[in-house]
Ligand binder design. Structure first.
Ligand SMILES: Cc1cc2nc3c(=O)[nH]c(=O)nc-3n(C[C@H](O)[C@H](O)[C@H](O)COP(=O)(O)O)c2cc1C
Length: 296
């Protein structure tokens, strides 16, 4: 039996900017989920190399993520139409301009959405599935909780809905299913995969985080981001409260995910979701998949 995305399990590994590189993606796909490549900062040549690396490691379906605020989207979309991949996931915008072109080359399109209104717009475009992403999630977030959002989106659209935000194991999958989700998208739990290229200090910070260990920055910049509380987020929130200019706020956070990935846990943005408090150990991606679907 296969799922609507051609995978064995109804599981999407959410794209992780600069982190979901071929080793993680191929491991998740090989384990029965949909591994999804990040394209943040990539040229079409980089992307072709990453896709080739995934294909060399697995025959299973995989996806490529387009975070539509990226400034390289105009370069990457033609590359994905010229050399199609099984699935493209989109976030932070609408795939309207290229949805038909991707479908024409046989690529499935999955849109990450933060509200019922946006879900309905994307469903009307004919996307193959939606990811309803709650504000518990790590990274760039909307305003609604997974619990409330998923059941309202599932009731409002005809296409399959994957739930994202706060899901790390079989309990989360069962809850998402009860809310009407077809499957789940998981991000934070995969940060702790042995296959991710992040520094041990970032992983240890995720493991050490309590339930209340994340904060949201960037609201004043119109771009809310959830990450682990650290000296950078404290400095950022103080500057925001003191009325710092957008330029000054940008100066604090621009490039800060890369610093986190390199292990600077004081000056980096350690993107992670609220479920970090439940995560206690680094594991191979296949073991994380097995925790989500123990009976598969
Ligand atoms: C470190 C990190 C980076 C992320 N980068 C992206 C990204 O580039 N594109 C995207 O669509 N979502 C991104 N996300 C969101 C995830 O794909 C996923 O939807 C989210 O993590 C699900 O919630 P969870 O963190 O509670 O599992 C990111 C999340 C994290 C934690």
């Amino acid at each position: 039996m296969t799922t609507i995305l051609g995978t064995r399990l109804p599981l999407i590994q959410g794209a992780l900017a600069q982190i979901s590189t071929p080793a993680l993606v191929s491991a998740v796909s090989e384990a029965g989920g949909l591994g999804v490549l990040t394209t943040v900062g990539m040229t079409p040549t980089d992307l072709a190399a990453a896709i080739a690396a995934v294909r060399a490691a697995t025959d299973a379906p995989f996806g490529v993520n387009l975070m539509l605020q990226q400034d390289n989207i105009a370069d990457l979309v033609p590359a994905l139409i010229a050399a199609p991949v099984p699935v493209v996931t989109t976030s932070a915008g609408t795939p309207k301009r290229f949805c038909a072109a991707l479908h024409a080359v046989g690529t499935k399109v999955v849109a990450v959405i933060p509200s019922v209104k946006v879900a309905q717009k994307m469903a009307a475009l004919g996307v193959d599935a939606l990811v309803a992403e709650g504000m518990e999630s790590g990274g760039h977030i909307g305003t609604e909780t997974t619990f409330s959002l998923v059941q309202q989106v599932a009731a409002a659209v005809d296409c399959p809905v994957f739930a994202a935000g706060g899901i790390a194991d079989a309990a989360g999958v069962a809850a998402a299913t009860a809310l009407g989700a077809y499957g789940v998208q998981v991000g934070t739990a995969f940060l702790l995969a042995t296959e991710t290229p992040i520094a041990p200090a970032y992983k240890q910070a995720v493991i050490a985080a309590p339930d209340t260990g994340t904060v949201v920055t960037g609201r004043a910049l119109g771009d809310a981001v959830r990450s682990l509380r650290n000296p950078l987020t404290t400095a950022y929130l103080e500057a925001e409260a003191a009325g710092a200019t957008p330029a000054a706020l940008h100066a604090l956070v621009d490039g800060s995910l890369a610093r986190a990935i390199q292990g600077d846990v004081d000056h980096g943005t350690l993107m992670a979701g609220q479920i970090a408090g439940k995560l206690t150990v680094e594991l191979p991606a296949a073991a994380i998949v097995a925790r989500l679907y123990p009976n598969a």
